[in-house]
Unconditional design. Structure first.
Length: 283
């Protein structure tokens, strides 16, 4: 049986660990703190912004896909509801603009089909390393779920109640905006590396991939435009990578809401049944 001494010791240990965590977080510099962005898909009722996903795909296609693969993305996914929602004709034309390795085709290559997966920019892993100074660019299929933001104590406790799950896009946005040249004077930057205040260790092999005005967005149907800045590019591609990692997010949230509604109504119904059956029974 657990006695009071054991409970007291556990309580003291818990407060001690909490104090150590607070002290460690306080020692971190404010410049290294990643600011959480406002995402349309945040929260239990958030949904993807189709226009933003289309812009994010443009950034991915024109910039990211030159070095990074996306093996789990099929061209046809780009036409599915809840995503960029390109038309079937647009997806077919996009796929046909790429050559796909196919040993059964004449010359070993053929035009892409909507059913094909996104082609890798390099034929082999070694080719990718050779082109990137020995580093292997990570596959972007689920990158937004593989990266996150380390929240300070006790903020991470509230994430369970706010349903915060946008750590990946927040990190991607921060990383794209975290390059500094030159590096701080007190930092020893290895040769061939670039300083990024949000990257673990601050020395990253990838040079700054984005610059203002690099990607030219097309105005929307209503003539609306967005800034052609690194900040906007990184928000758009962060949203697209989140969709690519979790393409059924919108439908999953809708299903979850329906399930919770059913459970609440079912609980009320069971309480009414219990009251009806046991109302005249003495206990």
């Amino acid at each position: 049986m657990i006695n009071l001494k054991t409970i007291f010791a556990a309580t003291v240990l818990g407060f001690g660990l909490a104090g150590a965590a607070i002290a460690q977080e306080s020692a971190a510099t404010e410049d290294d703190t990643i600011t959480k962005q406002h995402w349309s898909f945040a929260g239990p009722f958030g949904t993807f912004d189709q226009n933003q996903l289309q812009r994010g795909f443009q950034v991915f296609k024109e910039v990211c896909s030159n070095c990074h693969s996306a093996h789990l993305l099929a061209f046809r996914n780009l036409a599915e509801p809840g995503g960029p929602s390109f038309s079937a004709a647009q997806v077919k034309a996009l796929a046909a603009s790429y050559e796909i390795e196919d040993p059964t085709a004449d010359g070993g290559k053929r035009p892409g089909l909507a059913s094909d997966n996104w082609p890798s920019p390099f034929a082999t892993e070694q080719d990718a390393r050779d082109a990137n100074g020995g580093a292997l660019p990570p596959d972007m299929s689920v990158l937004a779920k593989a990266r996150s933001v380390e929240d300070k104590f006790p903020n991470w406790l509230f994430n369970y109640f706010t349903t915060y799950a946008e750590g990946g896009p927040d990190y991607i946005h921060a990383l794209m905006n975290g390059y500094e040249d030159p590096a701080p004077a007190d930092f020893q930057l290895p040769e061939g590396k670039h300083y990024n205040k949000y990257f673990p260790g601050h020395a990253i092999g990838m040079p700054p991939p984005l610059s203002d005005g690099q990607v030219q967005y097309v105005a929307g149907a209503d003539g609306a435009t967005v800034p052609l800045t690194v900040d906007q590019y990184s928000k758009d591609v962060g949203a697209f990578l989140m969709w690519m990692a979790e393409p059924h997010l919108d439908s999953n949230k809708a299903a979850g809401f329906r399930v919770l509604t059913f459970l609440i109504l079912f609980a009320v119904l069971m309480w009414l049944v219990k009251q009806r059956l046991w109302r005249k029974v003495e206990h």
